[in-house]
Design a protein around this ligand. Structure first.
Ligand SMILES: [Zn+2]
Length: 315
């Protein structure tokens, strides 16, 4: 992801933090001070937020480690103020594999919460009440993280769980369509909840979820709108067609670059199903650049959804 700094790496996976992430502790520090709570309370609040993001990081590592079991590498894990993103090289089309990768993240938070609550119930809290309170709150946050992530909305884990579950009983495209629609309904619900509770973060997440679910829907409707699907000559030869993605009549492998002639909205839709934030664009077999999900979504909002993606990355 652009505009992010590398923190280090864990077993070959780069850990990155987006610059906007720094706004979060700064904002929390000053809002606590403004509320008249003193420097110690402000420092504790910042420490608490950092601890939460430690848990988010472990959550993303859970996805990455599960993916590794299926030979899928993770390029990096990026921390954003609204959460973490693990950039997996591809998403397996085998429902059970996608299911396991999606569930592995929330399972990490279940494990953290269990360890914290067990630890607290076996330790004399009276010795360090402040630490006990801090850990208790952190345990609760992990429970919330599990519940929140399991909301069946793309690109959250619950949406992937739903799609992979449906894909066991029906066509992958149909499963995606249903899961994406459920995702959009959930996003609207989240946004309303955010509005009524005055939670700006929730509104932001809802907007992000809605766009991703919309992109997923566009992808599916693009597939079913009667466009002729002509497999590209050399990309279908190895492996089963199930590992291929399809958009605007072009087949391309999940871990491959996208052709410059594909429309911006198709690439955005494909990317949103990939748990990646960027992809390489090729023109006549030559790499002409990279494009990020943010750039694609911004272009769709400017009404450039039908533009060939190559024109966005042209030097
Ligand atoms: Zn997750």
């Amino acid at each position: 992801m652009n505009n992010s700094w590398e923190l280090g790496s864990v077993s070959g996976i780069k850990l990155r933090v987006h610059w906007t992430f720094l706004l979060l502790p700064i904002w929390i520090y000053f809002s606590t001070i403004m509320a008249g709570s003193g420097i110690a309370a402000a420092a504790t609040s910042v420490l608490f937020v950092l601890a939460i993001f430690g848990c988010v990081l472990l959550h993303e590592l859970g996805h990455a480690m599960a993916a590794r079991q299926f030979g899928i590498a993770t390029r990096d894990i990026t921390l954003l103020p609204i959460g973490g993103v693990a950039s997996l090289e591809r998403i397996p089309r085998k429902p059970l594999q996608e299911l396991w990768i999606a569930v592995a993240g929330p399972l990490v938070n279940v494990a953290i919460a269990t360890v914290i609550f067990l630890g607290l119930s076996f330790s004399p809290i009276s010795v360090l009440p402040a630490a006990g309170h801090f850990l208790g709150q952190l345990g609760l946050v992990n429970v919330v993280l599990v519940l929140f992530n399991m909301i069946p909305a793309f690109p959250m884990d619950g949406g992937r769980v739903l799609r992979s579950f449906l894909a066991m009983f029906m066509d992958y495209v149909q499963a995606t369509n249903i899961a994406a629609t459920v995702g959009q309904v959930c996003a609207v619900g989240l946004a309303l909840l955010g509005l009524f509770s005055g939670n700006v973060m929730l509104i932001l997440v809802a907007g992000f979820v809605f766009l991703a679910a919309r992109a997923e829907n566009m992808f599916v409707s693009g597939q079913s709108s009667g466009i002729q699907f002509v497999p590209q000559s050399d990309s279908v030869v190895d492996e089963s067609p199930k590992t291929l993605s399809q958009a605007e009549g072009v087949w391309f492998r999940d871990d491959e670059a996208v052709p410059a002639s594909l429309s911006v909205s198709s690439v955005a839709a494909w990317l949103s199903s990939q748990r990646r934030d960027h992809c390489t664009v090729v023109d006549s077999g030559r790499i002409i650049g990279e494009i990020t999900k943010t750039q694609l979504i911004a272009a769709i909002y400017r009404g450039l959804g039908r533009l060939p993606v190559g024109q966005l990355v042209a030097p």
